[in-house]
Design a binder for this molecule. Structure first.
Ligand code: DX5
Ligand code: ZN
Length: 216
């Protein structure tokens, strides 16, 4: 069964604790937290202090997506703030193996994300070291963008590269009731969804629709 990771980027930032609690009640499997540094992407969000502040509101795993040029100095802080999975970008300036080692040192799951134009073959050296690949199906930086169809071919290709290795495939950007089943068919294990989950006040209905669409 596919897992749904609502992104709080589309939540009401004035009441994030309550939002996270509502997502758990609504059947979310993970909470996706988008950290943007204003440099790697043209947008700014939040840091470890906020992750720590909302940690007491849910027992769901925190899936922290670092859209940062230089994430290394912050990895331990995010881990201690309550992250369970930490994903860094292959296109960041840092040495990827070093970043993975920093995440593993904190005993957290390590993920690598790739932008829409980055080839999945570039992940090959890292697949034995990581737990998750986050395929960006929009250019990172903002919620509410349309799904880039070419991402489906990337998921299929990635699935073949992963083979029997214990690496999950997560897809982030433009997920809705139409694109979700296509991603599942291609091989996604986790769907990150921001605007689709939050566009209706009944989060439970939105999450159920994403899960159901992947069953049929
Ligand atoms: C975009 C973020 C996404 C974003 C997805 O840079 O990484 O997690 O919240 O938003 P939607 O689902 O609206 O495309
Ligand atoms: Zn994200």
């Amino acid at each position: 069964m596919v897992q749904i990771a609502p992104s709080i980027l589309s939540a009401d930032f004035a009441k994030l604790g309550a939002e996270v609690r509502a997502l758990e009640k609504a059947g979310a499997d993970l909470i996706h937290l988008d950290v943007m540094d204003g440099h790697f992407v043209p947008n700014l969000t939040f840091g470890p202090m906020l992750v720590k502040a909302i940690r007491p509101y849910t027992t769901l795993p925190f899936d922290v997506h670092l859209m940062m040029t230089n994430p290394a100095p912050f990895i331990a802080e995010f881990a201690r703030a309550g992250a369970d999975m930490i994903t860094v970008h292959l296109e960041s300036d840092a040495d990827i193996a070093d970043l993975i080692a920093l995440i593993k040192k904190e005993k957290k799951k390590a993920g690598i994300s790739i932008r829409p134009k980055t080839s999945v073959s570039k992940l090959l050296p890292y697949l034995p070291m990581i737990d998750l690949v986050l395929v960006m199906s929009v250019e990172p930086g903002f919620g509410g963008q349309p799904f880039i169809k070419h991402s489906l071919e990337k998921i299929v290709e990635l699935k073949a590269l992963i083979g029997r290795k214990p690496v999950q495939i997560s897809v982030d950007g433009g997920i809705n009731n139409i694109t979700a089943p296509a991603c599942i068919l291609a091989g996604a294990d986790i769907l990150v969804a921001g605007s689709y989950v939050f566009k209706h006040k009944l989060y439970e209905r939105q999450i159920r629709q994403l899960k159901q669409s992947s069953e049929g």
